[in-house]
Design a binder for this molecule. Structure first.
Ligand SMILES: [Zn+2]
Length: 392
C-alpha cells in the first residue's frame, strides 16, 4: 500500500474514455498529437478517488441537531425531540422524486468537485416499499446522466421504520420477500447492505436479509462492528461479503474472518471524528495482517456530513496512523476493489477507464497534509474534462 509507483515528468494519453499510455512526457509528446491537452505541470495527476460507502439520497440536513449534540444533549433526547435518523426518513418520504433527485444530484456534484469520480450510494432513508424504490430509482436516473460513476446499494435494513417498531418481523419479511427481489429484478442495485448493530439489526436478522439478497444475485456488504462487536465481521466472512464497513470495535476473530474470506475492510474515520468517538478502527493491525484496507466518507446527514476523500485521508493519517501513501491507495485502488471495479478504475494504467484528477500541489502528500482546502484543479471522467477551467 506504500508503493504508489510515482512517475516524475509523466503524462497520460487518453482515447475513447480509456487510458492508452502512461509514460514520460517526452515519449508521449513524440508519439501523440492530442486534440485536447490538459496541462498539469507543477501538479500531481492521480486516479479519481473512489468512495465505496456513502448515503447521498436525502434532502434535509441536521445542523440544529448537531448543535444539541455539542451541548451534550443525549441522542435519545434528540430523537424524542424529532431529530435523529428517523427525521431524515420523514423528510425523504415527504419529498417528491424530483426533489429527492435534485438534492442527490447536488451531493454528487460536490463529490466530483473534490476529485471523487466513482461513489457507492446506498438507499435507506425511505424505509418503506414506496420510498426505498423511489430512492433507488433516483440513483438509477442519476447513473444515466451524471458524470460521476454511481454504484447502487439497497439498504432497506438501515433502521427499523417507526411504524414497525412493535412488529419488526413484518418489516424484515417485506425486505426479504418483496423489496430485495424487486430491487434485483428491476436492476436497481448491485449490492445489499445491512446495519448489524446493537439496537438495530441482530446478526441472525442480518444473515436472513443477506441470504435473501444472495438468492437474487445481490452481493453483501455489512455495516459491522461500529459501536459494538456482535459478530458482524464474522457474519461478513460467512456470507463472503464484498466489504465490511466501520470496524471500530472489530475483534481479532473478526479480522481473521475478513482475511480468510477476502472481505475488504472499508474504514470510515471521519465518522468517528465527527461523533468524537474515543476509538478508531485498528487500521495498522489490518494493514500488517495484509488486508487491503479501503477508506470511504460515509457521507450522510447525521454522523458524517463530509464528502471529501482528502479530508478522510487526513483523519486516517492522524487518527489511524496510516501513511499518506497508504491513505492514497486506500482511497483509490483498494476502494475500487471494494466495489469489484479494480479492473476498470482506481489506477492510472493502460486499458483502465480514464478517470483522473489534477491536483494543484507539488507533492501528493500535501493533498491530505494541507487539510480543509480543495486542491483539485481538474477532474477527468471517462476521458472528458468535467471539472476545471477547460471543462465545457
Ligand atoms: Zn453507512
Amino acid at each position: 500500500m506504500r508503493d504508489l509507483g510515482f512517475l516524475p515528468e509523466g503524462a497520460v494519453a487518453v482515447d475513447a474514455g480509456k487510458i492508452v499510455r502512461v509514460g514520460p512526457t517526452v515519449d508521449l509528446e513524440a508519439d501523440f498529437a492530442p486534440e485536447v491537452r490538459l496541462d498539469a505541470r507543477g501538479g500531481v495527476v492521480a486516479p479519481g478517488f473512489v468512495d465505496p460507502h456513502t448515503h447521498p439520497v436525502f434532502t434535509a440536513t441536521r445542523e440544529a441537531e448537531w448543535e444539541l449534540r455539542i451541548e451534550g444533549i443525549p441522542y435519545e433526547e434528540i430523537a424524542r425531540r424529532g431529530g435523529g435518523i428517523l427525521s431524515t426518513v420523514r423528510a425523504v418520504r415527504a419529498a417528491s422524486a424530483e426533489e429527492l433527485e435534485a438534492a442527490t444530484r447536488a451531493h454528487l456534484d460536490s463529490f466530483l468537485a473534490q476529485g471523487t469520480t466513482t461513489v457507492e450510494a446506498k438507499s435507506g432513508y425511505g424505509l418503506s416499499w414506496r420510498d426505498e424504490l423511489k430512492s433507488l430509482q433516483v440513483l438509477q436516473r442519476l447513473q444515466a446522466f451524471h458524470p460521476i460513476g454511481v454504484v447502487a446499494t439497497f439498504l432497506g435494513a438501515h433502521e427499523i421504520p417507526a411504524e414497525h417498531r412493535n412488529d419488526r418481523e413484518a418489516w424484515i419479511r417485506i425486505l426479504t420477500d418483496q423489496l430485495i427481489p424487486e430491487a434485483a429484478t428491476r436492476g436497481l442495485a448491485k449490492y445489499c447492505d445491512v446495519f448489524c448493530e446493537r439496537g438495530v439489526y441482530t446478526v441472525e436478522e442480518s444473515r436472513r436479509i443477506l441470504r435473501a439478497a444472495q438468492r437474487v444475485g445481490l452481493r453483501a456488504r455489512v455495516h459491522a462492528d461500529e459501536f459494538s462487536a456482535l459478530g458482524a465481521s464474522e457474519l461478513a466472512g460467512e456470507m463472503k461479503a464484498v466489504s465490511a464497513d466501520h470496524l471500530v470495535s472489530i475483534t481479532d476473530a473478526g479480522i481473521r474472518a475478513l482475511k480468510d474470506n477476502d472481505v475488504i475492510p472499508v474504514l470510515l474515520p471521519a465518522t468517528s471524528f465527527f461523533l468524537n468517538l474515543p476509538h478508531d478502527a485498528p487500521a495498522r493491525k489490518m494493514i500488517e495482517e495484509g488486508l487491503p484496507v479501503a477508506l470511504a466518507t460515509d457521507f450522510n446527514p447525521g454522523s458524517c456530513p463530509c464528502d471529501s476523500m482528502p479530508l478522510v485521508m487526513t483523519v486516517a493519517c492522524v487518527r489511524l496512523r496510516m501513511t499518506p501513501a497508504e491513505a492514497f491507495t486506500a482511497a483509490t485502488v483498494n476502494a475500487a476493489a471494494a466495489l469489484e471495479l479494480q479492473d476498470e478504475i482506481g489506477l492510472l494504467r493502460e486499458g483502465m477507464q480514464a478517470d483522473l484528477v489534477v491536483f494543484a500541489v507539488p507533492d501528493y502528500r500535501r493533498i491530505a497534509y494541507r487539510f480543509g482546502a480543495n486542491h483539485v484543479a481538474a477532474v477527468v471522467k471517462r476521458g472528458k474534462i468535467v471539472v476545471g477551467a477547460e471543462a465545457d
